[in-house]
Design a binder for this molecule. Structure first.
Ligand code: NAD
Length: 316
C-alpha cells in the first residue's frame, strides 16, 4: 500500500468489537462444545433446508431442551420474526444458533435484538453479517436496518466444508456482497485507516479466491480463503458502516425481494464508477485496491464470473 499522507487521516474512531472466532475445515464438529460453554438452559437452532442434517446432528448432541426452525426467508420478513418469537417465548432459550447465509443470521439477530439470548452463528455464504452489529427486517416492502451490540454473535464458527455445496451463482454473487462492504468503506468519510487498510487487503484476496472457487467449486483451500475474506469484509462493514451502495440495495431488496448478492454484483461496479467521480478522496484507495481502472476491473471480474450485469437479469 503506497498512499499519499493526506489520504491517511490519523484522527479517527474505530470500534473494535468483541466476539470469539473459530475457523477451520471441520470446525462445525466443535459447535456443541462452543454452545455448552455458554451455559445453555435451552437452545433454538435456525437454518436453511440445505443445512438440515447439520442442524439435526447438532440438536441431538445438546443435552438441554432444543428446538429447530428449518427454513428462512430472504430479507428477514417481519412475520418470520414474529413467528420465531412465539417459539422463543415458549421454549425460553438463552442461546440461539444460526446455520446458513445472511438470511439465517439475520433472523437470529432479530431474536437477539428483541430477547435476551446469546447468539452463535455458523455462516455458509460471504454475506459477512455475522461480524456486524447491524440488524435488518422487512415489512410492507420496506427494509429497515439499525445497529445494536445485542445482535453481535458471541461465537462465530466458520467451517469452509459447509460452503462446498454452495452453488456457483450464490458463491459469486455473495462474494460481490463482501466486496461491496469493502469498497463502500473506501468512500465513507469517517472510515478509520484501520478499516480502510483492511478493506484494501480483503478486496485483493476476495477477488483472487472467488476466481479460484469459481474454477473449482470443491477446492477446500480456496473456499477457506474466500470465507476468511468474507469474515474480514464483515469486520470492515461493522466498523465503517453503510453508504449509498448498501442503502440502495436495502431499498431495492425490501421493495422487490431481489436476491441480495445478485444486487451487489450489479450495483457495485456502478457505485465504484460514481464515487470515483464524486468522492476524490476515495480514488487513491480504490486504485490501490483495484488497479488504475477500478470500475473496469470490477466490470471485467463480473463478466469473467458470469455475474448478472443488470437488475433485469435477477430473478424475483
Ligand atoms: P441467503 O442467506 O438467503 O443465502 C443465499 C442463498 O444461498 C439461498 O438460496 C440459500 O438457500 C443458499 N445457501 C445458503 N447456505 C447454503 C449451503 N450451505 N448450501 C447450499 N445453499 C446454501 O442470502 P445471503 O446473501 O447469504 O444473505 C443476504 C441477507 O443477509 C440479506 O437479508 C441481507 O440484508 C443480510 N445481510 C446482513 C448484513 C448485516 O450486517 N446485517 C450483512 C450482509 C447481508
Amino acid at each position: 500500500m503506497n498512499l499519499p499522507d493526506e489520504v491517511m487521516s490519523l484522527d479517527f474512531i474505530h470500534d473494535q468489537l468483541p466476539g470469539r472466532i473459530v475457523f477451520g475445515a471441520g470446525r462445525r464438529h466443535g459447535a456443541p462444545g462452543e454452545i455448552l460453554a455458554l451455559g445453555p438452559s435451552g437452545v433454538l437452532i435456525i437454518g436453511g433446508a440445505h443445512d438440515a442434517n447439520m442442524i439435526s446432528d447438532l440438536a441431538s448432541a445438546l443435552d438441554v431442551p432444543t428446538e429447530t426452525i428449518i427454513g428462512v426467508r430472504p430479507h428477514v420478513p417481519a412475520e418470520t420474526v414474529r413467528d420465531a418469537l412465539v417459539t422463543v417465548d415458549r421454549l425460553q432459550p438463552n442461546v440461539v444458533v444460526t446455520v446458513g447465509g445472511g438470511s439465517a443470521t439475520g433472523l437470529g439477530k432479530m431474536i437477539a435484538r428483541d430477547r435476551v439470548v446469546a447468539l452463535v452463528t455458523v455462516p455458509t455464504t460471504s454475506a459477512g453479517s455475522e461480524m456486524t452489529p447491524i440488524w435488518g427486517t422487512t415489512e410492507g416492502g420496506v427494509k429497515q436496518t439499525g445497529r445494536s451490540l445485542r445482535v453481535l454473535p458471541s461465537v462465530v464458527i466458520y467451517d469452509p466444508e459447509l460452503t462446498i455445496g454452495l452453488p456457483q451463482a450464490v458463491t459469486v454473487n455473495s462474494a460481490f456482497n463482501a466486496l461491496a462492504h469493502c469498497v463502500e468503506a473506501l468512500w465513507l468519510t469517517d472510515t478509520s485507516p484501520i478499516a480502510a487498510e483492511a478493506a484494501v487487503s480483503a478486496i485483493g484476496s476476495i477477488i483472487c479466491c472467488v476466481e479460484n472457487v469459481a474454477a473449482r467449486l470443491d477446492d477446500i483451500d480456496a473456499r477457506a480463503q474466500l470465507l476468511y475474506g468474507a469474515h474480514r469484509a464483515g469486520t470492515v462493514l461493522a466498523s465503517a458502516g453503510t453508504g449509498l451502495l448498501h442503502k440502495t440495495a436495502h431499498v431495492l431488496g425490501g421493495m422487490f425481494d431481489l436476491d441480495h448478492g445478485a444486487m451487489y454484483a450489479v450495483l457495485t461496479p456502478h457505485m465504484v464508477g460514481h464515487h470515483l467521480i464524486t468522492t476524490p478522496t476515495a480514488q487513491p484507495w480504490l486504485t490501490d485496491a483495484l488497479g488504475p481502472h477500478p470500475k473496469a476491473a470490477l466490470d471485467e471480474l463480473a463478466n469473467r464470473l458470469g455475474a448478472p450485469r443488470s437488475l433485469a437479469e435477477i430473478d424475483f
